[in-house]
Design a protein around this ligand. Sequence first.
Ligand SMILES: *Cc1c(COP(=O)(O)O)cnc(C)c1O
Length: 362
Amino acid sequence: MLWSATARLSANPSPLHLPVFNQSITVFGKSKPSRVCCSPSRAMETNDDTSKAKGLSFDDFLSKKPYSPPTWASHLKPIPSHVFSLAHLPTPIHKWNLPNLPQNTEVWLKRDDLSGMQLSGNKVRKLEFLLAEAVAQGADCIITIGGIQSNHCRATAVAAKYLNLDSYLILRTSKLLVDKDPGLTGNLLVERFMGTHIQLISKEEYAKIGSVALTNVLKEQLLKEGRRPYVIPVGGSNSLGTWGYIEAMREIEEQLQIRSNRVKFDDIVVACGSGGTIAGLSLGSWLGALKAKVHAFCVCDDPDYFYDFVQDLIDGLQAGVNARDIVSIINAKGLGYAINTSEELKFVKEVATATVGKLLMG
Ligand SMILES: *Cc1c(COP(=O)(O)O)cnc(C)c1O
């Protein structure tokens, strides 16, 4: 996952096309003396800056730690009691040297794609909180649901395996594939190698029954078998998962603070699939020191659906803020998930050629 930063979003239409990169998250900002004020040091890590700069030590990785929120989020409820270190944090932030940017405009990327290989991307940030709760509740297996190549489902299966928990994935696919072996392509290869339990469901049935009912049926079945399942919703996007991105905001604040050459981000641009990422980012940006405007490009459903969804997530934290005040959601569905027009592909190629193609397309 990538992020970037620029001064005036409206000055150049090209950043608006960024969500065509399925693997990108972008932060837009401007280089000027920072107004970022003090933020508390990260309680879940050691207090010394050198170890932070080097990332997780081997004692930290896969350890469960008591969690304390940033001071600006300490009024939220409920506050998770623990967090699991699954991601390699902090992920780097660097300038993205796009050609032809308007004057005084800079684009920066937050490289969450470097959070760890099998768990890479933003999904792991939510799982750090969700799996801590699963373990605290004494779960022995994890259930989650998503599309056939869902990165969230793969990340969940890998994280569960790290913690010696079984995982059960309900994967949505075409009717045709439900009846035959889904094969070993992409994330399925990883999941099947790990011995993940996979159930396939057709898009039609998924739409009819709904993800919550589907996971509940499986949960009941497993309970009857004497298992102790923990259910993670689509994309890991619930109020608890939102903490992953509240924490990401604290991480960015700290990264900006230790820079000698101060940078301030005016805008954050991010893709939105299941809604948890933007809920955490926009709440963290609003409550914390960053105060950058969050622009979310949704790749499914529509903005009204996501305003309501984000509202539910932040209400679940008793934040007392209005979703429409803290995030602007833009429809970026285009032709549909993973379907591109030739213009979009041309744009992707132009940007990839001008910058680091492999990095963007990977
Ligand atoms: C999953 C994903 C998103 C969307 O996150 P949600 O919390 O599901 O909305 C955005 N960007 C990237 C790169 C992702 O992998």
